[in-house]
Design a protein around this ligand. Structure first.
Ligand code: SF4
Length: 350
């Protein structure tokens, strides 16, 4: 039965090469193709003998993702549906902005956290992606960035389907392989891991002093409202989250990004801005406010331009760094909270 070559160490591949009558240096060449040259098939590995490539093809996969669908937004955002080896599907997004390409990647099939504004949450949890699938996804998106936008990938945000910190080891292993100096040397400063607030894993990130940026999907600094929008807040309420973020900042010195989708009449009033400013007093932050597209996802409404502006001004008057962004790719259900395993499936938000 075929297995994934990315699960094999250099020693194991060397043993395999020797068993196939190849010199040991073939294993090093193969390793370079896999980890450095972004190969997605053995056929591309043209400096390996054909007989060795055929043997590898019979025994291993090098990338298990099938691109099942691709949609393009009017704003240039592209959403991809990838089928995994067991037929499960995940979605990933390439977002062009200011001459840069950002990939939004998935780490789980579905999600257990059930945030009430999120289509993925409405699917429930299916399974974790393993590190090879996450790595395969990033390599595919790097190639798609070059093919569709004629430029290299600039940033990776781990904000697609799933809660990455509930699939900690697979996510970090994949990111470490991408950013390792001996492989693709992708700067960890250009990678952001976004969490709904899994407190023990934030502490773990801090204690491991991981080099990636941390973003918190907060969406409300009012405890009751946050619990209403994000059931995970029942388990990890705001005081616990605050303590974890203080610890994270003390250990890493990093600024924390706060993601906050503005929902009209729910979390966009002056008192919500005041609660947010209060929450942000304990550590340095940058706040990304995201304007919600009410036409695409049912029950939650958009914040008006006037209310959004007042919200921004309140925070700026407190000398907090704030960016107000439009959610991109909404017309193809590629925007924040819209990823769902079947791109034809309309999100079911209750
Ligand atoms: S917003 Fe993120 S954490 Fe919440 S349900 Fe959706 S995928 Fe899961």
């Amino acid at each position: 039965m075929k297995t994934h070559i990315k699960n094999r160490s250099l020693n194991e591949i060397t043993e395999y090469a020797l068993a196939k009558g190849q010199p040991a240096f073939r294993a090093k060449q193969l390793f370079e193709w896999i980890w450095k040259k972004q190969a997605e098939s053995f056929g591309e590995m043209t400096n390996l003998p054909l007989s060795f490539r055929e043997a590898l093809e019979a025994d291993f996969w090098v990338n298990t993702l099938e691109t099942a669908d691709e949609q393009v937004s009017a704003d240039g955002t592209r959403k991809f549906v990838f089928a995994l080896a067991d037929g499960q599907k995940i979605e990933s997004v390439l977002i062009p902005s200011d001459g840069r390409i950002t990939a939004c990647i998935s780490t789980q099939v579905g999600c257990a956290l059930g945030c009430r504004f999120c289509a993925t949450g409405s699917m429930g949890f299916v399974r974790d992606m393993d590190f090879t699938e996450i790595h395969d996804q990033i390599i595919r998106l790097m190639k798609l960035s070059a093919a569709r936008y004629q430029t290299t990938l600039d940033n990776i945000v781990v904000m697609g389907m799933g809660e990455p910190l509930l699939n900690f080891d697979n996510t970090i292993t994949a990111l470490d392989r991408i950013s390792d100096k001996t492989t693709l040397n992708f700067s960890p400063q250009r990678i952001t891991i976004s969490t709904a607030g899994i407190v023990p894993a934030i502490i773990r990130m801090a204690d491991k002093n991981l080099p990636y940026h941390l973003a918190i999907s907060l969406h409300s600094a009012n405890e009751a409202k946050r619990k209403q929008m994000m059931p995970v807040a029942q388990k990890y309420p705001l005081p616990m989250l605050t303590d974890a973020l203080k610890h994270y900042h003390a250990k890493t010195g990093n600024r924390i990004t706060i993601e906050y989708i503005l929902f009209g009449g729910l979390n966009d009033a002056p008192e919500d801005a005041a609660a947010l400013a209060q929450f942000c007093r304990s550590f340095p932050v940058k706040i990304n406010l995201i304007q919600y597209n009410a036409t695409s996802l049912g029950t939650f409404g958009s914040s008006t331009a006037a209310d959004s502006k007042k919200f921004v001004q309140f925070l700026e008057n407190k000398n907090i760094i704030v960016n107000l962004r439009k959610s991109k790719g909404a017309d193809i259900l590629a925007a924040c909270g819209q990823l769902v395993k079947n791109s034809n499936l309309k999100p079911d938000i209750s």
